[in-house]
Structures are given as C-alpha cells and as structure tokens.
Design a protein around this ligand. Structure first.
Ligand SMILES: *[C@@H]1O[C@H](CO)[C@@H](O)[C@H](O)[C@H]1NC(C)=O
Ligand SMILES: *[C@@H]1O[C@H](CO)[C@@H](O)[C@H](O)[C@H]1NC(C)=O
Ligand SMILES: *[C@@H]1O[C@H](CO)[C@@H](O)[C@H](O)[C@H]1NC(C)=O
Ligand SMILES: *[C@@H]1O[C@H](CO)[C@@H](O)[C@H](O)[C@H]1NC(C)=O
Ligand SMILES: *[C@@H]1O[C@H](CO)[C@@H](O)[C@H](O)[C@H]1NC(C)=O
Ligand SMILES: *[C@@H]1O[C@H](CO)[C@@H](O)[C@H](O)[C@H]1NC(C)=O
Ligand SMILES: *[C@@H]1O[C@H](CO)[C@@H](O)[C@H](O)[C@H]1NC(C)=O
Ligand SMILES: CC(=O)N[C@H]1CO[C@H](CO)[C@@H](O)[C@@H]1O
Length: 406
C-alpha cells in the first residue's frame, strides 16, 4: 500500500475500522488473552538517508533543562554527541506533546485522556511507509504488541508501568486503525528480540516505563536508565548503522517558566567534529518530523512540521535553511505552557479539525504534502492555520478562531 491514507476509507468501514478499539481492555484476564493472539511485526528496510539511515528517539519526562543537563549520566551522554540547548516542548501536559511529535499538531489537547485522533489525520508513519521506510515503537512494559488500553500496571507491585498517554502512535486512529500498524507498536522485550535478530527498523520511538522515564521517579533514575540502555548500543553494530539517536523530554517541569527541554543527539551519524558541541538553534517537537522528512526526502503532513527547523547537522547535508525565531512576540516571552482550543480541548472552544496547508513551501524547502493527504483534504472548507514559519501558536497566542476557554 503506497498511500495508506488514501486507501483506508475504501478498505476499512468493516472489520479494520474497529482495530483501534480491539485491544483497549485493561483487565488482567483480557490482557493475557489478547497477548496470546496479538500480531507482532518486525519490518525492516534499508533506505539511504542524506545524513542518517536510522533514527531512534527516546523520550523522558517532566524535567527542566538545567536539571536534565546537570544529571551525571545525561551529561555523560551529551559529551558523546551534540547538546541541543534551544529545544522547546509545545504545551503541557504530556499527551499533547507526544501527539505533536508524530502528527505535527496537538489539536487543542490540554489533557492526558483516552483520546483518539480522527482517521483522516496523518502522521509521520504515513510519510515513512510511503517511501518504504520501516518503523516501530518500543514501549517499555507494554503487555503485548498493539495494546491500546489506558495503562498497564506492574503485576508485582501495582505501580505504573506502561501508559497510553506516552504512546503517540496509538492515539492516532490512522495508525491504531490498522492491524499491521498495531503490530509494530511493541514493547522493549521486542526491542531486544529485534536487536538480536538484526531486525530493527529505520525509525523508532522508545518510551521507558513510568519509573524509568522520571515521571514517577527522578532525573537520576531516568539518566541512569538512559545511559544503561544506550551505552552498550553505542558500540553495537546491529544498532549503529549510520544511526542518529535523539534523547529528549516531553515537557519542562515548571509551568510558569519557559518550556525549554534538553535534547541530545548522538550515534554514529554524528560527524566526529561535532561531538561535544552545542547547537543553540530553536527546535521543538515538530523538528523531529521535519528532520526525518528532510533526511529521506519524504512528503510532509502540511501542519507544523512544514515550518519547523531541521536539526542543523542534518540541514547541513539537505540544504534546509535554519531560521531564527522572528515572531512578533520574542522567544523569551513565549512560554508554550498552555494549549489553544481544538478537537481535544475539554474546556470548550472551537472543536473543528483544521485542514493541512496544502500549498508547498518553496521558500525554505521544496517538499510537498503527501498526495494521499491532499486528496482527502483538497475540498475541505475547514480553516487552515499552518504557516510555513517557525513561529507556532500556544494558548496565550492562539490561532485565530481557536482561542482557549478558561
Ligand atoms: C511483549 O510483547 C510480546 C508480544 O506481544 C509479548 O509476547 C510479551 O509477553 C511482552 N512482554 C512483556 C514483558 O510484557
Ligand atoms: C520499569 O523498568 C525497570 C527496568 O527498566 C524495571 O526495573 C522496573 O521494575 C519497571 N517498573 C517499575 C514500576 O519500576
Ligand atoms: C511492512 O512491510 C510491508 C511489506 O513491505 C508493507 O506493505 C507494510 O506497509 C509495512 N508495514 C508497516 C507497519 O511498516
Ligand atoms: C505560563 O507562564 C506564564 C509566565 O510565567 C504564567 O503567567 C502563566 O500562568 C503560565 N500558564 C500556565 C497555564 O501555567
Ligand atoms: C524550490 O524549487 C524552485 C523551482 O525549482 C527553486 O527556484 C527554488 O530555489 C527551490 N527552493 C529551495 C529552497 O530549494
Ligand atoms: C476529518 O474527520 C473529522 C472528524 O471525523 C471530520 O469532522 C472532518 O470533516 C474530516 N475532514 C475531512 C476533510 O474529511
Ligand atoms: C500556506 O502556505 C503558504 C506557503 O506555502 C503560505 O503562503 C500561506 O500563507 C499558508 N497559509 C496560511 C493560512 O498560513
Ligand atoms: C528556559 C528554561 O530552560 N526553562 C526552565 C525550565 O525550568 C527551570 C526552573 O525550574 C529553569 O531553570 C529553566 O531555565
């Protein structure tokens, strides 16, 4: 299937349309029963990129920039790569940040609820599959591949382990609505299985459990987990195949200060002369999509991915222009700590999904919107609020018509 977006409505009104609701049960007996039959896929591919051939993202939780940078183990990792000192989250709390990192918007979300984003909204998964690039998620302690329930507790001590709000793909029905895509949302046991079989994909999103990622613990625990996970992989040829690793956070911890977070780029795709350096350019979660688009010449989603800066080490090879923040309101006065209105804003306000901006951006790059997305949205009368600029809205500076309700 080249364009999943386009073919979906034709295929799925029957069985597969329910796929996103098939594995939502959280009772222990339901989980064990589903685990026995759920499908697991390990797709691989080898599509050359301009700056890297594999992208692995690890997200930690709720830590202010200085706290993260001050952690001994994260600092050790930072010295092996590039420190991103201008990386910002897009809002609070967790879930909308995860959602933004693959879909190019958070659609007004200001909660961690059981949200399901409409099937006609695409993610980076559509863009990757369109070019035959394999992908997977690895969610620590997810009980089985494709589990879509709210949470799964540690069966020994009852503590939080896996949570849906930290699994971006499962929240989008365009991903969770297909069995083969659910089968690529796996746990960390499967990461080690895939590593052993030399069957890791080219794009992966890794979420440690609620203790490992600092959510229920502290930055020392998360730093130690991350180093413990990555250190052996840095010398593992099954993992390092011109690989770029991004370690970052969903959001800053202090809601009243700027939502700046630590980003660390490392891996064998980082040129030797950049190891130990700092890149202070403005990035946000949308840069994760833009960087992948630039690297593999993907189409775009036509949302905030289009204007986002591509990480400089990649932009240097793709010809993308890095821009500085030039909004009417200067960056130091932007907090990104509060969501505008939209489909998932439970405080009210305009609930309409905005349409993607279908005109390509010939000013900063020449990528075009995925043809399947163009086809679906070309006649849509829905408002468009996506510019091609770096400057994105937030609750205090909302898109016109999407002012938040307190
Ligand atoms: C991980 O997922 C696999 C595949 O669904 C499942 O068989 C296994 O039991 C899961 N592992 C853990 C630790 O939950
Ligand atoms: C989280 O993962 C770690 C290992 O990465 C494990 O030791 C721990 O038991 C898991 N769950 C909890 C609740 O800590
Ligand atoms: C897996 O690979 C097959 C064959 O290349 C492809 O049709 C399918 O879209 C891929 N699925 C995922 C989830 O990557
Ligand atoms: C966002 O930050 C500003 C500046 O510190 C503060 O006035 C405002 O209360 C914060 N908003 C929320 C929702 O935390
Ligand atoms: C986009 O393509 C047009 C036409 O080929 C060209 O003039 C323009 O310079 C390109 N823009 C960028 C940023 O590459
Ligand atoms: C996309 O889905 C939403 C929610 O079902 C719907 O309101 C909207 O009209 C759809 N847009 C298009 C272009 O199909
Ligand atoms: C959509 O993108 C084009 C550039 O490609 C831009 O000129 C236009 O202003 C954008 N639309 C909105 C609503 O920002
Ligand atoms: C701009 C920035 O990094 N924001 C802040 C995140 O929170 C801590 C305060 O707890 C600040 O020190 C950071 O500067």
């Amino acid at each position: 299937m080249r364009s999943a977006v386009l073919s979906l409505p034709l295929l799925t009104v029957g069985a597969a349309a329910q796929a996103e609701n098939m594995y939502t049960a959280t009772a222990t007996s339901d989980v064990y029963a589903a685990r026995a039959t759920a499908k697991t896929l390990s797709n691989t591919s080898n599509v050359k990129g301009k700056a890297f051939d594999r992208f692995a993202v690890i997200w930690l939780e709720n830590t202010d920039y200085d706290m993260a940078y001050g952690d001994e183990n994260l600092n050790w990792l930072a010295k092996k790569g590039i420190t991103l000192s201008g990386y910002h989250a897009v809002t609070h709390p967790s879930e909308p940040n995860y959602v933004s990192a693959i879909g190019g918007d958070y659609f007004g979300m200001q909660n961690d609820d059981f949200n399901q984003i409409a099937q006609n909204v695409s993610t980076v998964i559509d863009l990757l599959e369109d070019k035959g690039i394999s992908w997977a998620e690895y969610q620590e302690d997810m009980p089985f591949s494709g589990f879509s329930g709210m949470e799964w507790l540690n069966q020994e001590n009852g503590k939080n382990d896996y949570v849906r709000k930290h699994n971006p793909a499962v929240i989008y029905n365009s991903a969770a609505g297909q069995i083969d895509r659910l089968a690529s949302m796996k746990n960390l046991t499967m990461f080690y299985e895939d590593l052993k079989n030399d069957a890791l994909p080219q794009w992966m999103f890794i979420t440690p459990n609620m203790t490992s990622d600092a959510h229920d613990s502290d930055i020392q625990t998360a730093g130690a987990w991350t180093r413990n996970f990555l250190e052996p992989l840095l010398d593992d040829e099954r993992f390092m195949k011109n690989t770029l690793v991004l370690v970052t956070f969903d959001e800053n911890d202090t809601y009243q200060v700027q939502n700046r977070i630590l980003g660390i780029l490392l891996g064998d795709a980082v040129p030797a002369e950049l190891v130990g350096t700092t890149d202070g350019n403005f990035y946000n979660h949308y840069s994760e999509i833009a960087t992948v688009e630039a690297n593999w010449d993907l189409h775009t989603l036509g949302r905030f991915d289009v204007g986002a800066n591509v990480f400089k080490l990649v932009a240097d090879k793709t010809g993308d222009t890095i821009r500085a923040w030039s909004g009417e309101v200067e960056l130091s006065q932007r907090y990104f700590n509060y969501s505008y209105a939209g489909a998932f804003n439970t405080n009210g306000g305009n609930r309409r999904y905005p349409a993607p901006n279908l005109s390509g951006d010939g000013t900063t790059h020449n990528r075009t919107v995925l043809p399947g997305i163009q086809e679906l949205w070309k006649d849509s009368p829905a408002p468009v609020y996506y510019t091609t600029g770096l400057e994105i809205p937030d609750g205090l500076h909302p898109p016109s018509g999407y002012e938040p309700v307190q």
